[in-house]
Design a protein around this ligand. Structure first.
Ligand SMILES: Cc1cc2nc3c(=O)[nH]c(=O)nc-3n(C[C@H](O)[C@H](O)[C@H](O)COP(=O)(O)OP(=O)(O)OC[C@H]3O[C@@H](n4cnc5c(N)ncnc54)[C@H](O)[C@@H]3O)c2cc1C
Length: 249
């Protein structure tokens, strides 16, 4: 029997998706046997134990770290204005007071029109790149710069067993519909990212529809116990057969 403990610093998981979907996801995971330790962070890890900020010690030989990445250490050394360890830029992605210095993506804090900052995601970074390329050229030609403006298209997460949560263009989805949307987007991105053969296209479509169990599932004896907690190890998010990994688009 595997014990799965999910440590989260907030009240509920997936806060990016809002309270309603976050609490839904927390409830679903708890129902499947995942112990959620909310309002706590990991303070220390040894080879046999994880210590939380609230003083709890959990015996564990396996830790899966999903708490995100820190800004690149090189940024610390740059004598430029910063906010939350990232370079502070204006909406056109220029560093104020430093003509010719620009920043975008995960190293930059780019203001949005709501008084906050653009989130550090690929869907933003790739679009910022296009606007910044335009601005650099415009700058050299003495033309007006354009501010970066983009609203997140959607955030989707699979929480396993054909259940998901999603916010697309401001509308919330949960349960099977959200999982199906997540799955469909994952598979379509898989087609887009690589050129793959016909047999793999067919296998991906079959996997997508879950018409037949995947090889991995056939090998997993716990799948036959409907009442047991969902203790499957989350697979790679890029794998179209994956069923329990979070994604953001
Ligand atoms: C595990 C994980 C999952 C994610 N999933 C999603 C997702 O599903 N959807 C989404 O939208 N976003 C996702 N993100 C966020 C997304 O990857 C980043 O926001 C995005 O890649 C930022 O783009 P970037 O160009 O700023 O930085 P990066 O994509 O990190 O590119 C920086 C590049 O700089 C290179 N580099 C580093 N140091 C140096 C140096 N000294 N000299 C030269 N080059 C250097 C690096 O090798 C790298 O190629 C995820 C991030 C992580 C860590």
């Amino acid at each position: 029997m595997i014990r799965v403990v999910l440590v989260h610093p907030g009240e509920f998981v997936l806060p990016e998706l809002g309270e309603q979907l976050g609490r839904y996801a927390s409830r679903k995971l708890a129902k499947r046997g995942v112990e959620i330790r909310s309002n706590a962070k990991i303070k220390a890890v040894t080879s046999a134990e994880v210590e939380l900020t609230d003083g709890t010690r959990i015996k564990s030989f396996t830790l899966v770290w999903t708490a995100g990445a820190a800004p690149h250490p090189l940024l610390e050394k740059l004598p430029l204005p910063k906010e939350r360890q990232r370079l502070k830029v204006n909406a056109a992605m220029g560093v104020e007071g430093y003509p010719g210095v620009w920043a975008l993506g995960d190293c930059a804090m780019i203001p949005d029109k709501h008084g906050g900052y653009q989130p550090p995601t690929a869907q933003h970074a790739s679009r910022e790149g296009k606007v910044l390329a335009h601005n650099i050229i415009a700058n050299t030609r003495g033309k007006d710069l354009i501010p970066f403006q983009f609203n997140t298209l959607g955030l989707l997460a699979s929480i396993g067993r054909r259940t998901g949560v999603a916010r697309i263009l401001g509308i919330n989805f949960s349960g099977f519909v959200a999982w199906w949307l997540w799955r469909t987007i994952e598979v379509s991105l898989g087609f887009h990212r690589r050129s793959i053969g016909r047999s793999r296209i067919l296998s991906r479509l079959v996997n997508w529809a879950e018409l037949i169990p995947s090889r991995q599932r056939r090998k997993d004896p716990s799948e036959s116990k409907a009442s047991s907690p969902d203790t499957r190890v989350p697979r790679c998010f890029d794998d179209p057969g994956a069923d329990a990994a979070a994604t953001e688009r």
